[in-house]
Design a protein around this ligand. Structure first.
Ligand code: G16
Length: 552
């Protein structure tokens, strides 16, 4: 029968992608499966199976598969699934994704597949469709073969969008699934993405003067060619964008001493950075879903404007627009952060912007979920990953509002433009870049003005490479601020932290790398170095592993 024929096809195709590392269990982490690329083909195959089932479960709506390891080194790769409205895969399905990925032989794969169908109540005969794209990693081509082998085996039609940024794939998924709805998200093409952003940017900049040029470090990743395409669509007189680190033909250069993760964790510019005082720079990561700004002050003092800064800038500007448009009684804003948010940023949002802040565990999937419940939810991780979500309720209110003065009309028009400019599916470095440029232009601010809004607590983010990150578990409900196991680490950490004025420090396992991250803040910069260094030593002594220097 048809079902048995499908099993046979799956087993036959799966034989070409044998599972690696039989003694290790794979997990669907912070941003999907991520590891050394040579370990991934079998997982990619099972992701194909799950994407097909997810699409069937979602009434045949299109599901996205993004092949990327984002900020990780070039030899890694990864995969994440995108749900019909362009958001991350429903968390309830992550467990099933891991179950399939961990099937060690054909029989277990068959059982796992049936388990998904039965438990998730999937109608096997329902229609399905998948679209996928990848970043510039050379291993992507092999992984596409594993993915399409699975999709062919279960007869799920697909479209390969080739190279794309992660947010572009999220856009394409939502555009595909809303094409016949009352509010189509945009044209279903990469071109449509550029047109939507450029048109909204043009509207948002109608009454604003450009504020000099911005130079973008593209991490030698897929963001480089895609930003070049976007520039072709932008109005020439509104913004000058210079591009550096665009060497995608040299895979070793990806995220190597360049890009948003390097700039944020090292707190310095890309290799060779020599910015003139107050010249505006920013950096994308390997799949262009993160953005951080930076510049040199007089005397070559490096200054970082990270995700916290983008959140505060966006929240203050959008809050002002809501007020100026006369909508402050109807629409409220909320800011969503993680434990990595600088304490000074949180204080600024609560005390100066007078907005509510909520804290979630790391991972945009968590922040997005909470932000989506607000009228307008501004969410950014400190690493530059984030966006602003406008709820259906807020959009309706904005659309039907009747402005009472020319000033209200202008604010309302700019607000409407931002609703289209800001990616509603996921953090998007290209969309965020245009958002920041709009705000700086409207406020007539330099990067120094932006930096001057509040003074950050000195902070440091360190990383200890460990063999078994699974042993590091945080206490549920603490937004990853406290470790549950190994218990002695939290005890030692508490003893270390109390030695420092205004010290705050936490440890958590990375969901994207075989590493444990250590974040700390204190009143003095030298205290932070000392405190984070001591905590890293505790972990490396325990795990017998190498400490990766925070900075050189
Ligand atoms: C991914 C996630 C982010 C997360 C980052 C680091 O970013 O999308 O939400 O902050 O990993 O996560 P972790 O500390 O668990 O390794 P990206 O840009 O690598 O996709």
């Amino acid at each position: 029968n048809a079902e048995e024929a499908e099993f046979v096809a799956i087993e036959k195709a799966a034989a070409s992608f044998p599972r690696q590392l039989p003694d290790r269990d794979f997990t669907y982490g912070t941003a999907g499966f991520r590891m050394r690329a040579d370990l991934l083909p079998s997982i990619m195959f099972t992701v194909g199976l799950l994407a097909s089932l997810r699409s069937k479960k979602c009434n045949g709506n299109t599901i996205g598969v993004m092949i990327t390891a984002s900020h990780n080194p070039a030899e890694d790769n990864g995969v994440k699934l995108v749900d019909p409205m362009g958001d991350m895969l429903n968390v309830d399905w992550e467990w099933y994704a891991a179950g399939l990925a961990n099937a060690r032989d054909p029989e277990k794969l068959r059982n796992g597949y049936m388990h998904c169908i039965n438990k998730l109540k999937v109608d096997r005969s329902a229609p399905s469709k998948v679209i996928f794209a990848r970043d510039t990693r050379p291993s992507g081509a092999t992984l596409v073969k594993a993915l399409t082998a699975a999709l062919d085996a279960v007869k799920t039609p697909y479209i390969d969008y080739g190279y794309a940024t992660t947010p572009q794939l999220h856009y394409l998924v939502r555009a595909t699934n809303t094409v016949n709805s009352q509010y189509p998200y945009g044209e279903v093409s990469e071109e449509g993405y550029y047109k939507k952003l450029a048109e909204a940017f043009n509207r948002a900049m109608e009454f604003a003067k450009p504020n000099g040029a911005v130079t973008v470090d593209c991490a030698n990743g897929v963001g480089a060619p895609k930003l070049k395409e976007l520039i072709k669509h932008l109005p020439k007189d509104k913004l000058t964008i210079n591009i550096i680190n665009d060497q995608i033909e040299n895979p070793d250069k990806l995220n190597n001493r360049a890009g948003a993760d390097w700039v944020k964790t090292q707190q310095r510019g890309f290799e060779g950075f020599d910015g003139k005082p107050l010249d505006r720079y920013c950096a994308l990561d390997g799949d262009a879903d993160r953005l951080v700004y930076f510049f040199n002050e007089e005397g070559k003092v490096f200054r970082l404007l990270d995700g916290d800064r983008i959140a505060t800038l966006a929240a203050s500007f959008i809050g002002d627009l809501v007020r100026k448009a006369g909508l402050d009684n109807d629409i409220t804003l909320k800011v969503v952060q993680t434990a990595y948010a600088n304490g000074a940023a949180t204080k600024y949002v609560e005390q100066v912007l007078k907005l509510k802040v909520e804290c979630t565990p790391t991972g945009v999937k968590h922040l997005h979920h909470v932000a989506a419940q607000a009228d307008i939810g501004v969410y950014f991780e400190a690493n530059g990953h984030g966006t602003v979500l406008f709820s259906e309720r807020a959009l309706k209110t904005i659309r039907k509002h009747d402005p009472q003065s020319p000033a209200q009309l202008t604010a309302l028009d700019t607000l409407k433009a931002l609703c289209d400019l800001i990616n509603q599916t996921v953090g998007d470095a290209l969309s965020d870049l245009l958002l920041v440029e709009v705000v700086l232009a409207h406020k007539e601010w330099t990067v120094a003005d932006w930096l001057g809004t509040y003074k950050e607590f000195p902070n440091k983010l360190g990383k200890v490479n460990v063999r078994d990150r699974g042993m590091y578990q945080t206490v549920p409900g603490t937004a990853e601020r406290r470790l549950q196991s190994p218990p002695q680490v939290q005890i030692e950490l508490d003893n270390i932290v109390k030695k420092y004025r205004d010290g705050r420090c936490f440890v958590r396992a990375s969901g994207t790398e075989d590493a444990v991250r250590v974040y700390g803040e204190a009143a003095e910069a030298y205290d932070v170095d000392d405190m984070v260094g001591s905590v890293m030593s505790v972990i490396s002594n325990l795990s017998g592993q190498m400490i990766e220097p925070v900075s050189e």
